[in-house]
Design a protein around this ligand. Structure first.
Ligand code: NAP
Ligand code: MG
Length: 370
């Protein structure tokens, strides 16, 4: 079955004509949605707490900034673009009190609806537009006359117009220029969680660490191990992104391609596939969501410990040291990693200075020594 794609001609902006849109949050997605909708001629206001550091940036763009409760009170359409873990609280405190029949509540990720954390009343449309890319791309491509592909879904159609309104919104942020694909809240949430856990974030970072540790434990130089399993990963992924697995394999040597076929399945083997199935099961039956919600309620003790542990992994220090000498990379440092990065940079500079010292021509005095 081929999925149907929807483009500009399938989305009528009139479906949201005269309706007031509140965008809650002004982070990665929030700034992009608010600015794109505004530039597409929609009536937008941004909802941010009085204490938010992003108010200034939104106001500097000429957007009207209100508190979330104020923005919702005057809105017909509310798009929630705040972190998923705080959405339930925000819904209860600022959104629910002013939701009226015929309003539309929107999300960019299905988590809170899929796991029943937010249960909107019957008379309200509930839908999703989820860009398949980070917010800065949603904005940049829009400005360039392009767009980022999106998923859309209707969870509840109270007005009989939920689909048309949702497509109009997707058009407003530029999504229908690139094409949008219909899904359900369940499909979007479950595939998104699975992808980030098994492949994109969890799978890849575990693969990199395991490869790095295997080489270093066997006595190879950590710098070399970093180049092999982390630096080169980008080059390989770029080839896959441009032309699929076949193009990556066409571009690498025949030896690399042969090793790919015979050794890859030994690493990602039947045990790994069983583990993937188990992850998917825990996503589908809600036990992952339950664990993550409880973790947040406890103040994230395990999450913070995992983060701290991996920040001190040798692959991070070696990487920071090597990247500091490759100015063209546009190297970045995650908030909280500044100290490790500064130390690593000092190490790199120190190593260079030491080498320069060794290689420096001997002074006359040194030469005179017997
Ligand atoms: P983000 O960059 O972390 O931004 C969150 C924004 O929400 C910030 O502006 C923050 O304010 C604001 N905020 C926090 N608590 C708030 C509250 N109680 N009331 C109003 N505003 C509040 O978040 P994001 O990554 O854009 O994610 C937003 C949603 O988009 C999530 O559902 C996520 O799953 C989804 N999504 C994200 C991406 C992505 O690439 N990032 C892609 C697809 C979907 P401050 O500015 O003051 O911190
Ligand atoms: Mg995702």
């Amino acid at each position: 079955m081929t999925a149907r794609m929807y483009y500009d001609q399938d989305a009528d902006p009139q479906a949201l004509r005269g309706q007031r849109v509140a965008v809650l949050g002004y982070g990665s997605q929030g700034h992009a949605h608010a600015l794109n909708l505004r530039d597409s001629g929609f009536d937008v206001r941004v909802g941010l707490p009085a204490t938010s550091g992003s108010r200034e940036a939104a106001e500097a763009e000429g957007l009207r900034v209100l508190t979330p409760a104020e923005a919702c009170a005057e809105a017909d359409v509310v798009m929630i673009l705040t972190p998923d873990t705080g959405q339930r609280e925000l819904y209860e405190s600022a959104i629910a009190p002013s939701l009226k029949p015929g309003d539309m509540l929107m999300f960019a990720h299905g988590f809170n609806i899929r796991y029943g954390l937010i249960q909107p009343p019957d008379g309200v449309d509930v839908s999703m537009v989820a860009p398949k890319g980070p917010g800065h791309l949603v904005r940049r491509t829009y400005v360039d006359g392009q767009g980022v592909p999106c998923l859309f879904a209707v969870h509840q159609d109270a007005t009989g117009k939920a689909r048309a309104r949702t497509l109009a919104y997707a058009r407003g942020i530029g999504g229908t220029r690139a094409g949008v694909l219909e899904t359900t809240f369940a499909e979007e949430t479950e595939t998104d969680l699975f992808g980030e856990q098994a492949v994109l974030c969890g799978g890849v970072s575990s693969l990199v660490k395991a490869g790095f540790e295997t080489l270093v434990d066997a006595g190879y130089q950590p710098e070399l191990a970093y180049f092999e399993v982390m630096h080169e990963l980008k080059l390989i992924v770029d080839l896959m992104y441009q032309g699929g697995l076949s193009y990556m394999r066409y571009s690498v040597s025949d030896t690399a391609e042969y090793g790919d076929y015979v050794s890859g399945p030994r690493v990602v083997n039947e045990t790994s596939r069983q583990a993937m199935k188990q992850l998917l099961k825990e996503i589908q039956d809600g036990s992952f969501a339950k664990r993550w919600i409880e973790e947040n309620q406890m103040g994230r003790p395990n999450f913070l410990e995992y983060r701290d542990e991996d920040r001190h992994h040798p692959v991070e220090r070696v990487g920071a040291r090597l990247r500091s000498r490759m100015s063209w990379l546009g190297a970045k440092t995650a908030p909280g990693m500044e100290e490790i990065a500064t130390e690593a940079e000092a190490e790199a500079a120190g190593q260079e200075a030491a080498r320069a010292g060794q290689a420096a021509p001997k002074t006359e005095q040194e030469v005179a020594q017997p």
